[in-house]
Design a protein around this ligand. Structure first.
Ligand SMILES: NC(=O)c1ccc[n+]([C@@H]2O[C@H](COP(=O)([O-])OP(=O)(O)OC[C@H]3O[C@@H](n4cnc5c(N)ncnc54)[C@H](OP(=O)(O)O)[C@@H]3O)[C@@H](O)[C@H]2O)c1
Length: 333
C-alpha cells in the first residue's frame, strides 16, 4: 500500500482528495494536516466522510509527513514552499496542488512579484500531455483549474502549429476560490449573477501560455475568467482563430487522434457541466464556425481541475493504472 499524506486537509481540494482516496485500493491515507482543527477526527470537519476514516488531523510537521511515500500539498499558493523542499530532499514524492512550482522560476517571480526562495524544477502534471515525464517524477506541479480545461481544448491544434489566436472564456463554480468565505463569494453577491474578475490579468494566463508554447511558440492567447453561482465545474469556450482553414471533420480527426489513449477525455456533441460533475472526465465539444473554431471543455474543478488529476498523477508516478480510484461516472442530474 502506498502511504499518503495530505497537507491542507480541511480545504476544498484536501477534502476532495480524502473523498477520492477513501475508495482507492492501492493506497492508504496515513496523515492529514490542519493547524486549526488538529486533534479532531476527519468526519468532525467533513461529516460526509463519516465511516471512511479513523484518523485525526495533525500539525503539518515534517517528522510526521516524511514517513509517507507521497504527500499532496493542498495549501494556498506561497505556502507550499514551506513544505515541498524538505519533503522532496528527504525522498518523499510530492504532488503540489498550489501554483508554487508550475511556472519557471523567472516567470513565477515576475507574476507573483516575489523571489522564489526554494525553487525546484517540477513536472507539469497535465496527465494527458506529460504522462511520460510524470512516470519518473519526484515533484509534480498539479495544473491550475482553469489551465486544465483551456490547455486541453487547444493543445491538439497547437501541436500542428495551426493557431493564430485563442481566446479562452471560462466560467467557474465558486469552490475555485477556496473554503474561506469572502465578500466576493458571499451568497447575495453571487446568487443569480455571473461575475467576471481579473478580466485581462489572471495569473493562470501565464500557465496556459507556458504550456501551449511548448507546442507552438508563436501562439497568441487571451483569457477571461468568470464565476457563476454554482459550487463545482469550469466550462471553457475556446475561440480558436486558425492560421489556415480546416474542415470540421478534419479538426475532429485531429482531436480524436491526439486523445486516442486518454480514458478521461470524452468527445461529446452535447456538452454540459452537469455531465462531468464529481468525476475526472474532461468533456470536449468541437464546433466549426465561419470565422473560428469553438472548442468547449467541461471539467469538475475539484476533480480533474485539482484532486482527481492529482490522484491520476500519483497513479502514473507509482506505475498504477491511471484510472485507479477514479473510474466512476459523474453525478447527474
Ligand atoms: N479550489 C479549487 O478549485 C482549486 C483547483 C486547483 C488548484 N487549487 C489550488 O489548490 C490549493 C488548495 O486549494 P483549496 O481550494 O483547497 O484551498 P482552501 O479551501 O483555502 O484550503 C486551504 C487548506 O490549506 C491549509 N493551510 C493554509 N495555510 C497553510 C499553511 N501555511 N500551512 C499548512 N496548511 C495551510 C488550510 O488548513 P489549516 O488552516 O487548518 O491548516 C486548508 O486545509 C491552492 O493553492 C489552490 O490555488 C484549488
Amino acid at each position: 500500500m502506498i502511504k499518503v499524506g495530505i497537507i491542507g486537509g480541511t480545504g476544498y481540494t484536501g477534502s476532495e482528495l480524502l473523498r477520492i482516496l477513501a475508495k482507492h485500493e492501492k493506497c492508504e491515507v496515513k496523515c492529514v494536516s490542519s493547524r486549526k482543527e488538529k486533534g479532531k477526527k476527519i468526519h468532525e470537519v467533513h461529516p460526509h466522510l463519516k465511516g471512511f476514516y479513523n484518523i485525526e488531523f495533525v500539525e503539518p510537521e515534517f517528522r510526521i509527513f516524511s514517513e509517507c511515500d507521497v504527500v499532496f500539498t493542498a495549501v494556498p499558493h506561497g505556502e507550499a514552499i514551506r513544505y515541498v523542499p524538505e519533503l522532496y530532499e528527504s525522498g518523499v514524492r510530492v504532488i503540489d496542488l498550489s501554483a508554487d512550482y508550475r511556472l519557471s522560476k523567472e516567470k513565477y517571480e515576475e507574476v507573483y512579484g516575489k523571489e522564489h526562495s526554494a525553487y525546484i524544477e517540477a513536472v507539469y502534471g497535465l496527465t494527458e500531455i506529460n504522462k511520460d515525464e510524470i512516470r519518473g517524477a519526484r515533484l509534480i506541479a498539479n495544473p491550475g483549474c482553469y489551465p486544465t480545461g483551456a490547455i486541453l481544448s487547444a493543445a491538439p491544434l497547437a501541436k500542428l502549429e495551426l493557431i493564430e489566436r485563442v481566446v479562452f472564456d471560462s466560467k467557474s463554480g465558486i469552490t475555485g476560490a477556496g473554503v474561506a468565505p469572502t465578500e466576493f463569494t458571499h451568497y447575495p453577491n453571487l446568487h443569480e449573477s455571473i461575475v467576471p474578475y481579473r478580466i485581462t490579468e489572471h495569473r493562470h494566463y501565464y500557465e496556459m501560455e507556458q504550456e501551449l508554447r511548448k507546442f507552438q511558440e508563436d501562439v497568441k492567447i487571451s483569457f477571461t475568467p468568470q464565476v457563476f453561482p454554482g459550487s463545482r465545474g469550469i466550462l471553457t469556450n475556446a475561440h480558436i482563430f486558425l492560421k489556415g482553414d480546416l474542415e470540421g471533420e478534419e479538426i475532429e480527426r485531429v482531436y480524436r487522434e491526439f486523445y486516442r489513449d486518454c480514458y478521461f477525455i470524452r468527445l461529446q456533441n452535447d456538452i454540459k457541466l452537469s455531465y462531468v460533475r464529481g468525476s475526472n472526465f474532461v468533456d470536449i465539444s468541437i464546433h466549426k464556425g465561419k470565422d473560428r473554431v469553438v472548442v468547449v471543455t467541461a471539467i469538475d474543478n475539484l476533480v480533474k481541475g485539482a484532486s482527481g488529476q492529482a490522484v491520476q498523477n500519483m497513479n502514473v508516478m507509482f506505475g498504477l493504472d491511471e484510472r485507479e480510484g477514479l473510474d466512476f461516472p459523474p453525478l447527474f442530474p
